[in-house]
Design a binder for this molecule. Structure first.
Ligand SMILES: Nc1ncnc2c1ncn2[C@@H]1O[C@H](COP(=O)(O)OP(=O)(O)OP(=O)(O)O)[C@@H](O)[C@H]1O
Ligand SMILES: [Mg+2]
Length: 329
């Protein structure tokens, strides 16, 4: 059913370099969350800290009543079985073919027979569109294929929590759409809690239930998708709409002169909030909420045209369009 992850006051530095400070958020059970942030703000470090590969300086990570930060190695090993992780670089073993890479967690963590393992591996490789590539070595395939192989490996233990670092970097736009659809469908099937790191604004606007933004060594905002997409907060607004006008410069923060030069520049209006991507067969996900619910509950008028489009060409849309109309009526 997926478990929630409660992060409290998490702080991480490497030597004298502070990465982020006092990060507090809850990834709700069974929901999909996306973490954004300029390059180098510590998104990958955050994922590695969540799974216990890096130790934070301070703070807690509570999963099923246990604080991962203080767990002993043996207990941590058990908790790690809840996780499926796709690392940013795929982290495949270069000397093993894709089949053995994907089978690795099953051989390491379970006592399943080779024929059971074979069924699972072939099923997951099919799911990510890699059927037929079982014998290839990681060095012989494209970057996008390596990503998908890493994803298949993250899925084999039926994780309760999926941490996915930039699934779409190196993927063409069509495969990115397929991967997004796969996440929504998977989430409906396995109910796991997802945290996806991405730079893809289109995916961010349509896939998750929640969005977070790491910026300038802290968590600028974390909350429901509609909250971030209707936010006027300058950093959030700039990032989620991929604009140059705003506090974020080419190298982290803009200086006073740069900001002064921008003052008076009119910001484009917030674009409509698109509908969330539906499952391919139209069945609702357990965590799915009616379009516009957060805005209504919080007295926020969404940008004009919100919840009417965004899923064009995706199965399951007619139902969502109706939901969107209903949300606005
Ligand atoms: N093991 C490590 N030891 C020392 N510094 C590290 C380590 N891992 C990461 N860093 C530093 O932490 C900072 C954040 O790195 P991280 O990889 O988390 O960024 P990111 O937000 O994922 O960036 P990108 O979007 O480019 O993937 C960087 O300055 C990086 O050099
Ligand atoms: Mg990264």
């Amino acid at each position: 059913m997926g478990v929630s992850i409660e992060v409290r006051g998490l702080t991480k530095s490497f030597g004298s370099q502070k990465i982020w400070n006092d990060v507090t958020l809850t990834l709700p059970a069974g929901e999909i969350s996306v973490m954004l942030g300029p390059s180098g703000t510590g998104k990958s470090v955050f994922l590695k800290t969540l799974v216990g590969l890096l130790k934070p300086d301070e703070g807690q990570i509570i999963i099923e009543g246990q604080d991962l930060v203080t767990l002993k190695e043996g207990d941590l090993y058990e908790v790690r079985k809840l996780f499926g992780v796709l690392f940013q670089d795929g982290a495949l073993f270069g000397s093993m073919n894709l089949y053995d890479n994907v089978a690795f967690p099953l051989r390491e963590h379970t006592r399943k027979s080779e024929s059971d393992i074979r069924n699972i591996v072939l099923e997951k490789m099919d799911l990510v569109g890699l059927s037929g590539a079982e014998d290839k070595l990681p060095g012989e395939i494209s970057g996008g294929m390596r990503k998908r192989a890493g994803l298949a490996r993250a899925l084999v233990l039926d994780p309760e929590i999926l941490l996915i670092d930039e699934p779409d970097s190196g993927l063409d736009p069509v495969r990115t759409s397929y991967i997004n659809q796969l996440f929504i469908d998977l989430n409906a099937q396995i109910d796991a809690t997802f945290l996806i790191v991405t730079h893809d604004i289109n995916s961010t606007r349509t896939v998750p239930d929640n969005i977070g933004l790491l910026y300038h060594k802290h968590l600028a905002m974390f909350g429901p998708r509609e909250m971030l997409l209707s936010s006027e907060e300058p950093v959030v607004r700039q990032f989620l709409n991929a604009q140059t006008v705003g506090p974020i410069g080419m190298s982290e923060e803009k200086d006073a002169d740069e900001l002064a030069a921008e003052s008076g520049k009119e910001l484009p209006p917030l674009p409509p909030i698109p509908l969330q991507l539906g499952t391919s067969d139209g069945t609702p996900r357990r965590a799915e909420k009616p379009a516009g619910e957060w805005c209504r509950a919080n007295g926020i008028v969404p940008p004009p045209g919100s919840f009417l489009s965004g899923n064009a060409g995706v199965p399951g849309v007619p139902q969502n369009v109706e939901a969107g109309r209903a949300a606005l009526s």
